[in-house]
Design a protein around this ligand. Sequence first.
Ligand code: DC
Length: 213
Amino acid sequence: MIVAIDGPAGAGKGTLARRLAAAFNLAYLDTGALYRAVGVAVLDAGGNPADPAAAESAARNLGLDLLDSPRLRTEAAGDAASQVAAVPGVRAALLEFQRQFAHHPPSPCVGAVLDGRDIGTVVCPEARLKLFVTASAEERARRRTLELRGKGIAAIQDRVLADMLARDERDRDRKVAPLAPANDAVVLDTTDMDADMVFDRAAALVRNAATPA
Ligand code: DC
């Protein structure tokens, strides 16, 4: 059972993916963390995340120890991630790991849920269920600002919105694996939904997808 969740920044993919994983005994992979780790590795080495050679080399030598670091959650890491994510060699270097995780989730999980930008279109086009989770840019910026402030990080909503729009544009307009819903994805616009409503709707879709036809 593979569930693919894609969508723009701040749409609530991670919250939903974590809850579905717990409810349906699925392993969860936050694929954005892989790109964030590559971005942070390039910055740590004093490189430019937009430099294809530096980005690809960081992706090929990525240590998984960085994946749980709180440093990945900063806006700087998100911005660097979006830049390295446009480099085809970076995407190629991370692809096999994601597919392996989806098809061989750690025991005792009965499947996997992956969230990102290209899970339904490129990483797991064979996923049993594909969700495209989105919300208006203003609502996504409002949620992200509250989340940052909750972590004690001073955040100005207009600034968060501007950064988010720039990142969305880069993710949507890049040549390889751009952010887009798969043809057979269910689109969930969560602008007027709270996290419980989104979970209930998605859980019903998972139950339906898990039932043999
Ligand atoms: O989901 P996130 O904000 O942690 O992702 C950070 C960046 O990584 C995002 O701007 C685009 C990139 N990304 C991607 O290109 N493909 C994925 N499957 C996941 C993330």
